[in-house]
Every structure is written in structure tokens, then in C-alpha cells.
Design a protein around this ligand. Structure first.
Ligand SMILES: NC(=O)c1ccc[n+]([C@@H]2O[C@H](COP(=O)([O-])OP(=O)(O)OC[C@H]3O[C@@H](n4cnc5c(N)ncnc54)[C@H](OP(=O)(O)O)[C@@H]3O)[C@@H](O)[C@H]2O)c1
Length: 290
């Protein structure tokens, strides 16, 4: 039986994997979050993994507060970099394939065409910098890993832009949202499905050699303004979305102006179509409403 350890499983992505796990009766999942397994402690991971023979480790834990990381660099470094080093070390020692999640924030955001996996990284924030360090540890210590860089995650769980816009859209007549930051929203449910698809492929193909970094988001391109507008339309909210720019909407961490990810590699290697962002909002909103 396939044995999967999921870390940080109370977050957005981890919760989606938990929901999907019901569709995989032949896979044994062990879901953990900081209470059961604090990944910043290598001794804890070592003793947790001892004798359990995990085949895969899906790391959904991270310090994801992008502005908070500017003021709390040590915490971001500990969770996004040092803890990934711990997971890489234990994975290597125990022959576990780590499936890790990273971010579009490893890039400068100064580009104008979708970023491929080979493109030069140049993080502009503490969050992006610490996530890149985590990627590098994994690459160095446990080369047989899958790292998926994703962007603009949303789900019915935790805090995210879709839920914020949904709630504000009910309360307010108008909202200002930036048009000069362009990327792609990613429904965490779709990413979780893709992760399960990758695991199934690795299970079937014991000659698999294409380990490394992959990009995944939903298909398409939009600004936060477009995303917010679509959310109000789908939710049937009357709130008007007005355009603003990053100059008028200052944040502690610098945000990339352009962070669209090129997904050719993941589609080529794993041969699964990716849904367009616009068509996925209603699925998420319906789940939130029910
Ligand atoms: N959110 C986005 O827009 C976005 C965009 C691009 C990439 N990503 C990446 O996608 C991945 C999943 O993101 P997400 O939004 O699902 O994250 P999330 O909702 O913030 O979930 C992270 C989980 O990790 C837990 N955690 C914190 N410290 C831990 C520790 N020491 N040991 C174990 N677990 C710990 C958190 O618990 P607490 O809540 O109690 O702290 C939380 O349940 C992350 O790698 C993130 O960097 C996210």
C-alpha cells in the first residue's frame, strides 16, 4: 500500500488533499500539522517517520504571510528554508519522495512572458527569498524530489483573496483593486488533484527520472482587479470593483507586477490538462455556500 505523509495539512492545500483522500482507498494518508509534527524540528520528523515506511511526503506547511515575513524574517527562514532542509534530509535517509510546494515569488516579477522553470530567480521579498532557499536545500540534499511552484492560491479553507473579496463584496458598494499586478489564480483543489495525479504516475512508473521543479497554476492570465470582478459576478454581489495601482496600495512586501507561470513542462511530463482560472471560481464559491 502507498503511504503518504502530509505536513501542514490544516492549511488550504493540505485541507484539499484531505478532502480528496477519500477518493483513494488504496492509499494510506497520515495528515499532520504543527500539533502532531513540527517540521522545524528534525528530531521530531525523524522519530515520527521511524518505522512508518512513507513513500511520499507532501509538504503543505509554510510561512505564507508575505507581509508578515518582512518583519518576522527568522520565522519565515525557519519554516520556509530550514524546515525544508529537515524534510529533505529525512526523505533522503528514508527513501521518501518529497513533493514540495513553492511560489511564483521566487521571480523578480519584472518579466513580460510566462516564467519557465529554467528562468533566472530573483526574489524581491523575504517570503520569496526564504522559499527559494527551501527549494535549493531540496535540490541539493534530495534530488529525487518534485517541487511545484504555484501562484495566487484560493480555496474554501483559511484566508485567501477569494474569501476576502466575497465577504467585502457583500458588505460594501465599491472596492479598489490593483490592475498592475498580473498573474494566475490557482484553485487549491485543482492543485491537490494534480499532486495526486503525479503520485499515481510515480507509482506506475518506477523508471521515472524527471524529478525537479515544475510550474502549476490554473490556465489563463489576469490582474487582481479582473479576479475580484469575476468573483463578484459569480457570487452575484452588486459591489463595483474600481481599478487602482500598486503605488496607491502600498504593502510591506514588494509584490511582483508579472508572475504568470509557464506550465508547458508539467503538462508535457504528466499529460493532464489544466482548467482555466475563470471556470473554477463557481466551484469554490458553491462549496463555501454549502
Ligand atoms: N497561499 C498562496 O497564495 C500561495 C501562493 C503560492 C505558493 N504558495 C505555497 O503553497 C503552499 C501551501 O500554501 P497554503 O496557502 O495552503 O498554506 P497555509 O494555508 O498557510 O497552510 C500552511 C500550514 O502549515 C502549518 N504550519 C505552520 N508552522 C508549521 C510547522 N512548524 N510545522 C508544521 N506545520 C506548520 C500552518 O499552521 P498555522 O496556520 O497554525 O500556522 C498551516 O496549517 C505553501 O508552500 C505556500 O508557500 C501559496
Amino acid at each position: 500500500m502507498t503511504n503518504i505523509l502530509v505536513t501542514g495539512s490544516n492549511g488550504q492545500l493540505g485541507s484539499e488533499i484531505k478532502e480528496l483522500s477519500k477518493n483513494y482507498p488504496n492509499i494510506q494518508f497520515v495528515f499532520t500539522d504543527i500539533e502532531e509534527l513540527d517540521i522545524t524540528s528534525i528530531a521530531d520528523i525523524e522519530s515520527f517517520a521511524a518505522g512508518k515506511e512513507f513513500n511520499y511526503l507532501v509538504n503543505c506547511a509554510a510561512y505564507t504571510n508575505v507581509d508578515g515575513a518582512e518583519e518576522n524574517k527568522e520565522m519565515a527562514e525557519l519554516l520556509n528554508a530550514e524546515a525544508v532542509k529537515n524534510l529533505a534530509t529525512i526523505s533522503k535517509q528514508n527513501n521518501i519522495v518529497p513533493i514540495h510546494v513553492s511560489t511564483d515569488y521566487v521571480f523578480s516579477g519584472k518579466g513580460f512572458k510566462p516564467y519557465s522553470e529554467e528562468e533566472q530567480t530573483e526574489p524581491q521579498s523575504v517570503y520569496g527569498d526564504t522559499k527559494l532557499k527551501g527549494e535549493n536545500y531540496l535540490q541539493e540534499i534530495c534530488p529525487n524530489h518534485i517541487t511545484i511552484r504555484t501562484s495566487w492560491l484560493y480555496s474554501p479553507f483559511g484566508k485567501n483573496f477569494l474569501k476576502t473579496m466575497l465577504n467585502l463584496g457583500k458588505e460594501r458598494d465599491e472596492l479598489q483593486v490593483v490592475t498592475d499586478q498580473v498573474g494566475t489564480p490557482t484553485y487549491a483543489y485543482d492543485l491537490a488533484m494534480y499532486i495526486m495525479h503525479i503520485i499515481e504516475r510515480l507509482e506506475k512508473d518506477n523508471q521515472f527520472e524527471d524529478f525537479g521543479i515544475y510550474h502549476y497554476s490554473n490556465e489563463g492570465v489576469c490582474s487582481w482587479f479582473d479576479f475580484a470582478t469575476e468573483i463578484q459576478i459569480v457570487a452575484n454581489n452588486k459591489c463595483k470593483i474600481n481599478s487602482t495601482d500598486s503605488e496607491s496600495f502600498k504593502t510591506l512586501a514588494k509584490r511582483p507586477h508579472y508572475s504568470v507561470l509557464n506550465k508547458s513542462k508539467i503538462k508535457h511530463i504528466f499529460e493532464l490538462d489544466i482548467p482555466h482560472w475563470r471556470g473554477r471560481i463557481s466551484h469554490c464559491i458553491n462549496r463555501i455556500k454549502s
